[in-house]
Design a protein. Structure first.
Length: 356
């Protein structure tokens, strides 16, 4: 997906908003004890680092929450088919990453010559082949989760390819990226519950967040846009209020055919409500501050940090959506992906890898 939004987790506010970061200190000389294992051959280590950078591995931690939030919104407990949906999402996400750099290889040669393709560490043909193979794997996993899941995964894959090859630099780019995230959430709902209707509101909320982040990312290398960070800041505030607001419970037997404005009963606040509010606040705190700074000073570094903040905020938003659907355990599992992603990004092999 996008170099910006389709990735996700820069734990140090890295400059490219959709990738992650990756080294290991040498042992001190003169130490005693067991002989350390031989160092990895430089060529092999360099090749792994190049692919890790191309695929932006730390950003993967923002992906499983889509399917889990979708399953929660569908009112279903995650199961084996949910795992297949997560696997499909991961493959399609990484396909978008590889395809993104393949499509942008000429632009990157001028603006980001250190990237794997323009630097010659990975051949363009290899990146394109990886994108095709990952797309096929993602569709196969979705098919294994059932026909409803495949019916969502197919347009999701088409959206990813259309974004990277045709729509990215057009006015339709942010909307296409938002659609991809929303479809990814619906994929989890379809795989787990067999339908997507109940998950449409959650997909719309997640898609709105993605739309805002993508709009900011379009100026991450040049800066100069005040309007996009301000709009993203306003969107964050609106989404926080919508997600944190408690749902009205309709009278039994009338929920399906309820007309707009039908009165219902509002349950007393409980643990699920408190969890939803807390995760919504975490989402707002993660996204709002870098957006505000970018609006005050729309320089490339602050714009890039704003994109990174928006990507990192995806996880607490996914967790809040799951909690809003009443799936407390699932929301905590999703929320745990944030510290897990930070831990992974700090591993020696990941320190040179950015998520943007």
């Amino acid at each position: 997906m996008s170099r910006t939004v389709a990735t996700a987790l820069d734990t140090a506010g890295s400059s490219r908003a959709s990738t992650g970061a990756w080294g290991a200190p040498e042992a001190a000389s003169g130490t005693t004890g067991p002989t350390p294992p031989a160092a990895e051959p430089p060529a092999r280590s360099s090749r792994f680092g190049a692919w890790a950078e191309l695929l932006r591995l730390p950003a993967l931690f923002t992906v499983p929450g889509d399917a889990l939030a979708g399953a929660a919104a569908a009112g279903a407990r995650p199961g084996p088919r949910t795992l297949l949906a997560i696997g499909s999402s991961l493959c399609l996400y990484e396909a978008g990453m590889a395809l993104n750099d393949w499509a942008d290889r000429a632009e990157d040669a001028a603006e980001r010559p250190h990237r794997p393709l323009p630097s010659g560490r990975i051949r363009p043909a290899a990146a394109l082949t990886a994108a095709g193979a990952l797309t096929g794997a993602g569709l196969a996993l979705a098919a294994g989760a059932g026909r409803p899941a495949f019916a969502v995964a197919a347009p999701l894959a088409a959206t990813v390819w259309a974004y990277d090859l045709a729509l990215k630099h057009t006015p339709a780019g942010p909307a296409a990226m938002a659609a991809a995230r929303g479809l990814d959430l619906l994929l989890g709902a379809a795989a787990t519950g067999g339908g997507t209707r109940a998950a449409l509101p959650s997909a719309a909320l997640l898609g709105s967040h993605t739309l805002a982040v993508t709009a900011v990312s379009r100026r991450e290398t040049t800066g100069g846009s005040v309007l996009a960070p301000l709009a993203a800041l306003a969107t964050t505030g609106a989404l926080t209020g919508l997600v944190a607001r408690r749902r009205t419970r309709l009278p039994a037997g009338r929920r399906a055919a309820a007309a707009p404005g039908l009165s219902g009963s509002t349950p007393a606040p409980g643990a699920s409500d408190a969890l939803t509010v807390g995760l919504s606040a975490c989402y707002a705190a993660t996204a709002a501050r870098p957006y505000f700074h970018a609006a005050l000073n729309p320089s490339p570094p602050l714009t890039q940090r704003a994109v990174g903040g928006g990507i990192r905020a995806t996880i607490p938003l996914q967790a809040a959506l799951a909690a809003r659907s009443g799936a407390g355990a699932t929301s905590l599992l999703v929320a745990a992906l944030a510290p897990a992603g930070r831990w992974f990004a700090r591993r020696a092999a990941m320190r040179k890898v950015r998520i943007t």
